[in-house]
Design a protein around this ligand. Sequence first.
Ligand code: ADP
Ligand code: AMP
Length: 214
Amino acid sequence: MKIIMLGAPGAGKGTQAKKIAAKYEIPHISTGDIFRANIKNGTELGKKAKTYMDQGLLVPDELVVDLVVDRLNQDDCKKGFVLDGFPRTIPQAEALTEALQSLGQSMDFAIDVNVPDQNIINRMSGRRACVGCGATYHIVYAPTKTEGICDHCGGELILRDDDKPETVENRLKVYHEQTQPLIDYYTKAGILHTVDGTVDIEDVFKAVTDILGA
Ligand code: ADP
Ligand code: AMP
């Protein structure tokens, strides 16, 4: 099963992608997580990506596409994968289509998690990420058992730099200009499904699994 999660920043793509990956036993591939791991490890890619991420801008396509295509060629992706945060531009979507075509494959599902802009700022200002393992929480909607401490690894929780309100506004603008056109792209490809992302996390997941099947 090959799945793309679409939606604005903060719509809940990562939250749902993790649950999909666990249920269907496929890898969760988040380009945002890959960049954050590179930043943490001080790699050249991380240094380049950070300058764009801090401004709420997209990392240039040429730094993203090869990275994802290489990842999809790894053995654990043979039974499928769930992409979270990729593609984010039409050229990225075209590169993905071509890369899969050359293997005689295509994507099965693109799921748009639909959340209006007014809810997004609230979502992002309450999001907390673990500095140790990258797990994501929300201070109100998905709290940890002990405040400020990751349930999985005991790491410290932080507000991501790019989740500050001034950066979120820019990310939303970039989303509408560069990423929303993918809804049309995958509608034309006949694989787009939309779920209401404003309901509880478990209710969104129910809608997602209704689409993907048992
Ligand atoms: P994305 O991957 O699309 O940027 P996340 O999955 O990280 O978004 O979710 C953004 C924030 O909103 C997180 O703090 C998450 O815990 C919270 N969240 C996700 N889904 C829901 C939901 N259905 N209702 C309320 N909060 C949610
Ligand atoms: P995310 O964790 O998916 O919200 O991504 C955080 C940031 O990483 C984005 O705001 C972009 O700067 C960068 N990024 C992640 N995925 C991509 C992508 N597919 N194309 C370009 N930039 C990306």
